[in-house]
Unconditional design. Structure first.
Lengths: 533, 237
């Protein structure tokens, strides 16, 4: 289909993963046309990497699970930093979302016609619907087909191989979005697309190249540009280290939490003997404690001189049936990358960066601080607070895309006249500069943080500002500074943010950090969240 | 480990291709072609003539064999760069990298695979009505859902030619995902598309089954979907 960039009434969606597809499909169902803009087609989106499953209180396992329990588990795991109204919307819609996915042919594991649910971290009930160990991939295949239906009707126009360059603003109102400038990565040509915008461009992996479990195609440029143009970000300090990752060529590879949900056990060798430290320290949930807790325990265990300096994931007691029906891809992956069969030998694992709870600051309808601009999926700060529950990321992306689309449908802007955009500076950031920024961030944003290291990182980044050659490098440093300053700003420990100099949780900080840019990086706190633990 | 990486380069689709031969040294035994390309693109590498290696254009995303972005021809065989270990792939210390040949080249190793998605649109691969998944259908639907749309199957298919009516495994595998749980008129519609764009053009060489980087059991899906199509025809007679 020929894409008309200036045609009125189109919504521009940046990113074609789960959140982008969900937004496009829901807009199309409401007969609102959109452009689905992405550098690579949906098949290459990070969403295909999601493995374990998607949460929803379907209660098919006879455990009396409820929406309230899902809501409470999500808020508790997020250390009461998430917006309770938004989380309620998420949990309430989850069963309906899973039924919708079932209806478009997602082959969830099922028995006697009923969708099966598995255990996942931080939840006492079986609540996670799954398709063996490639849930994200099979969800994406079904949603891509569903979206194609609307493409054929002219309601979704795909602009593949196009990258977001900049927001276009309207002259009518201050900080109201009138569209986006995108660049064709094949030809280098820029085009301006008018209309409201939904950002679905994923997390901040591009700030940590090679060090996360996410896609390497995410450069971080979109987030940096949005920040530099005045889009507000929240909870940037909340970076999830997944406890079970392995190093493979060029990145970290996730060993899904499903492995522990199916009975996997973590241990280390203490004085030469296996010590199942999670089971000993947390008898109730053991190896299924939330990810922040396990990663922190691993951090301490790895520094214990009596321990062997390595944590293992033991899956040797899993039955043949579980390997075949629930974790087949995981087994194949470990065999391929580590040359060991996890059914016969324990897997050496380490915590690795997996998810960014922080991102673009949005309200429960996914509106940003900029008019006509929404954000959904991992690029936004919503639902997960200080730590995300496994099984809630795909749900958050799907529901977020839907919530943004539905709200936008009722608030479509009229004719938008973008102000003349400044001359595009599409020069890329120097790979060496990207690496330098990443090293500074990593030095201060590990599992354990402290004020002095954060201060030093801030100074190094400020020094780097003087060495930049183009706008992209400049914007990247500003957002990096915002991440560091968010971590320094929160003088307490909560969820994924552990400060050795402030090891306790301080209820005065039960607030979202907010970073924004208006020539310089500014920090603030959002008002206190009305949540009762 | 010292390996020479020979890359078929071209600035644009119209530019003449040329080989750039780059000496590459790594101490890691499991370095993949994808990791090597990322390293070369980090800057500072020179080819055997001392010429600086300008950034090599190629597609990559997950580096875990789950997205299909990095498909290319490595030592004559189409595969994923993230799946090809340099040491194993090398022949007499040389690894050659070329773009997939059945798609237009954008630059270097980057190709435009839009035709894959256009073909699925032509086949109308979607469901108008709600699908009813059964326990029995789950296995086939799951396997078919894992198709990467990488294009490796088309590269080795003797019957696929871009622009023709036969769309190859990249067309029929997603079809079998839908057919696993489709019934009634919808099933008839998709079976007809399958017949025209898959069954009738397929010479059953099954090269696709051997090359699929996702390890999809294409032969099984083919047999299953053929049977479904014939049952459907028989029912109508």
């Amino acid at each position: 289909m020929e894409v008309n960039a200036t045609q009125a009434g189109f919504v521009n969606i940046i990113g074609a993963g789960l959140a982008g597809l969900s937004a496009a499909i829901h807009l199309a169902r409401l007969e609102i046309p959109c452009r689905l803009i992405s550098v690579q087609p949906s098949e290459r989106a990070q969403s295909v990497l999601a493995e374990g499953g998607i949460n929803g209180a379907l209660d098919t396992m006879g455990e009396k699970d409820t929406v309230e329990a899902h809501c409470e588990d999500t808020l508790r795991a997020g250390c009461y930093l998430a917006d309770p109204a938004a989380v309620r919307g998420l949990a309430e819609h989850a069963p309906e979302i899973i039924r919708f996915l079932d209806g478009i042919g997602v082959p969830f594991n099922r028995k006697d016609g009923t969708i099966q649910l598995r255990n996942f971290g931080g939840q006492k009930k079986k609540r996670t619907a799954y398709a063996r160990s490639s849930t994200g991939k099979v969800l994406m295949s079904a949603l891509i087909d569903e979206c194609r239906k609307y493409e054929s009707r002219g309601l979704v126009a795909r602009l593949s191989h196009h990258a977001f360059s900049a927001l276009l603003f309207s002259g009518v109102e201050e900080l109201a979005c009138a569209g986006v400038r995108v660049e064709d990565v094949y030809t280098g040509k820029s085009i301006d697309c008018t209309g409201a915008v939904i950002f679905c461009f994923g997390g901040l992996n591009g700030f940590f190249p090679g060090m996360t479990t996410g896609t390497t195609a995410n450069s971080g440029d979109a987030a940096a540009q949005a920040f530099a143009q005045g889009v507000r970000f929240g909870n940037l300090e909340m970076i999830q280290y997944h406890p079970t990752t392995i190093g493979i060529s060029g990145k970290r590879c996730l060993i899904s939490e499903a492995a522990r949900g199916e009975g996997g056990r973590l241990y280390t060798l203490r004085n030469g003997k296996p010590w199942y430290f999670m089971e000993e320290k947390y008898p109730e949930l053991g190896n299924l404690m939330p990810r922040d807790v396990i990663s922190r325990e691993m951090y301490f265990v790895l520094r214990d001189p009596d321990c062997g300096g390595q944590v293992f994931l033991d899956l040797r007691e899993l039955s043949g049936e579980i390997w075949k029906q629930r974790l087949p891809d995981l087994r194949a992956e470990v065999k391929h990358y580590l040359g060991l069969d996890p059914a016969k030998a324990p897997i050496p694992v380490e915590p690795g960066i997996h998810y960014f709870m922080g991102g673009i600051d949005v309200d429960e309808f996914h509106r940003t601080n900029v008019g006509n601009l929404y954000a959904a999926g991992e690029c936004c700060c919503q639902y997960h607070g200080a730590n995300r529950l496994g099984g809630n990321s795909m749900l958050g992306a799907l529901y977020g895309g839907q919530a943004a689309a539905e709200h936008l449908a009722g608030h479509l802007p009229g004719m938008l006249a973008p102000l003349p955009a400044p001359q595009a500076d599409n020069d890329c950031a120097d790979p060496k500069m990207i690496l330098q920024i990443s090293e500074i961030l990593l030095s201060a944003l590990g599992i354990a943080r402290d004020g002095n290291t954060l201060q030093s990182a801030q100074e190094q980044l400020e020094d780097l500002l003087g060495c930049t050659r183009n706008e992209r490098e400049h914007s990247r440093i500003y957002l990096a500074l915002a991440i560091i300053r968010s971590a320094a700003f929160r003088e307490e420990s909560r969820g994924a943010h552990f400060r050795v100099d402030f090891p306790e949780t301080n209820e005065e900080y039960r607030r979202q950090t907010v970073a924004h840019f208006d020539g310089q990086v500014k920090m603030a706190y959002r008002a206190s969240l009305e949540t009762t633990p | 480990m010292n390996i020479r990486i020979d890359i078929l380069r071209r600035a644009t689709e119209e530019s003449p291709p040329w080989w750039q031969k780059v000496p590459f040294e790594t101490e890691r035994e499991n370095t993949t072609v994808a990791a090597a390309l990322n390293e070369l693109n980090s800057g500072g590498f020179h080819d055997i003539h001392g010429k600086l290696v300008e950034p090599i254009r190629w597609d990559c995303s997950c580096l875990q064999k789950k997205c299909g972005a990095c498909a290319m021809v490595i030592n004559g065989r189409p595969c994923l760069a993230c799946d090809a270990v340099l040491k194993t792939a090398a022949k007499k210390g040389v690894v050659t990298l070329e773009p997939l040949r059945k798609f237009p080249v954008v630059a270097d190793l980057m190709v435009d695979r839009s035709i894959l998605f256009e073909n699925l649109s032509l086949m109308k691969i979607w469901a108008e009505k709600e699908l009813v998944m059964t326990d029995r259908a789950t296995d086939a639907a799951y396997d078919a859902s894992r198709c990467l749309q990488c294009g490796c199957c088309l590269e080795v298919c003797p019957n696929f030619c871009p622009g023709d009516d036969f769309f190859g495994a990249a067309g029929f595998v997603p079809t079998s995902r839908l057919l696993a749980s489709m019934t009634g008129e919808e099933q008839q519609r998709v079976c007809a598309a399958y017949a025209s764009h898959a069954y009738e053009g397929c010479g059953k060489s099954l090269s696709c089954a051997k090359i699929c980087p996702a390890g999809i059991d294409i032969e099984h899906l083919l047999l299953r979907t053929n049977a479904q199509m014939f049952r459907r025809k028989h029912d109508r007679m």
